[in-house]
Design a protein around this ligand. Structure first.
Ligand code: NAD
Length: 356
């Protein structure tokens, strides 16, 4: 198989030839047709997370091995499967979304279809093993595959990460009255899918914050009710003004030192901040304010395969607005990453085997 792989962190991806894996056990081999380019790939490519005053966390120290074909928003066609795979729902050529957040496959979490919370051995595709920037991928088990069922494969690819990540994060602040503002920080691939999920849930007040006016324009097109340009020290004040008061729920899809600060300051009594982004840095919390204001801060890590199935059903019902997609060929994966790094992507770039 061919892969567009990270050979060295921060250096251009290289096209390499690897042996095409032969599926064993319950594994399913797929030919990849689409792969979304997520901002997490940028962090992996750069090779480290910013932990603020604790320094940097190197991914190679956390089990990431190079060369690596990144990419975890994968759609592909079933080619063959191992002898222990339950083939009841499988046909050669079936077009499937590949759930990438897999684990050891044996612990209580994995057996409950909550592999993303595996505490034994996270084995996510495109992170700890080869993923979507390649011609082929191996899904550990058939239960990690969700049929496209008529969805646009480029858009459906984004549901494997950005879709379920925001679905899971939004579920952590729900239920909320439809007219009560929910703030989304960051209007990139995740942010636009967050607006789509909130629209599908019938939510009306969606306040979106970003540093780029072009991203806020895209957020309005996607269905945001209000926007705030985070271009100065008074962002919390402006969120409160736009929302008509301090807010009950903020989903921070950036989660850097500055966004954590303004998000904290914009919360009302009893409010909840869900932290999703991996931009990094540090949050400094004045401790008495946590109990006095009865605040909740919760992290949210991707989503599980049950949530993927649920989200796909909502999309198939027609309730989930599409986010803007730009297709590029696989051999331009490096250019796609650089466009994302430069802030030039509205919605998502999805690599496609048929893009020119
Ligand atoms: P993206 O590049 O598509 O979008 C990021 C958006 O944030 C852009 O619109 C950018 O203008 C905006 N932004 C940057 N700095 C900002 C700031 N200080 N204030 C407000 N807006 C700002 O990225 P994405 O693919 O949507 O991913 C967003 C983040 O979420 C990344 O860090 C990614 O790694 C992370 N992520 C986390 C999970 C999880 O499970 N927790 C899953 C997927 C992605």
């Amino acid at each position: 198989m061919r892969a567009w792989a990270v050979i060295e962190t921060g250096k251009p991806l290289q096209e390499i030839e690897l042996p095409t894996p032969e599926p064993t056990g319950k594994q399913v081999l797929l030919e990849i047709t689409h792969a979304g380019v997520c901002h997490s790939d940028l962090h992996i490519w750069e090779g480290e997370y910013d932990l603020g005053s604790r320094g940097k966390m190197r991914l190679t120290d956390r089990g990431v091995v190079l060369p690596l074909a990144m990419g975890h928003e994968i759609v592909g066609k079933v080619l063959k499967w191992g002898p222990e795979a339950n083939s009841a729902g499988l046909k050669v050529g079936d077009h499937m979304i590949v759930f990438p957040w897999v684990g050891c496959g044996k612990c209580a979490e994995c057996l409950a279809d909550e592999d993303n919370m595996c505490r034994v051995k996270p084995a996510s595709l495109g992170v700890y093993q080869n993923g979507g920037y390649a011609t082929h991928v191996v899904a550990p088990e058939p239960r990690h595959l969700v049929p496209l069922g008529g969805l646009d494969p480029s858009l459906a690819a984004t549901y494997a990460c950005s879709g379920i990540t925001v679905f899971s994060a939004i579920n952590k602040v729900m239920p909320m009255p439809a007219d009560e503002p929910i703030v989304i920080v960051g209007a990139g691939g995740l942010g636009l899918n967050a607006i789509a999920v909130l629209k599908a849930k019938g939510h009306k007040r969606i306040v979106v914050v970003d540093v780029a006016q072009g991203k806020l324009d895209a957020a309005m097109k996607e269905g945001a009710s209000d926007t705030v340009l985070a271009d100065g020290p008074d962002t919390a004040k402006r969120i409160i003004e736009v929302a008509g008061g301090q807010v009950g729920a903020i989903v921070d899809l950036v989660n850097g030192t500055d966004t954590a600060r303004f998000a904290f300051d914009a919360l009302r009594k009893g409010g909840k901040l869900v932290q999703v982004g991996l931009f990094g840095g540090e949050m400094n919390i004045p401790l008495p304010l946590m109990p006095i204001r009865a605040l909740t801060i919760q992290g949210s890590y991707v989503g599980n395969v049950k949530e993927l199935r649920e989200l796909v059903k909502i999309a198939q019902s027609g309730a989930l607005p599409a986010i803007p997609i730009t297709n590029m060929p696989f051999n331009q994966a490096d250019a796609a990453l650089n466009r994302l790094k430069d802030g030039k992507v509205v919605g998502r770039i999805v690599l496609s085997a048929t893009a020119a």
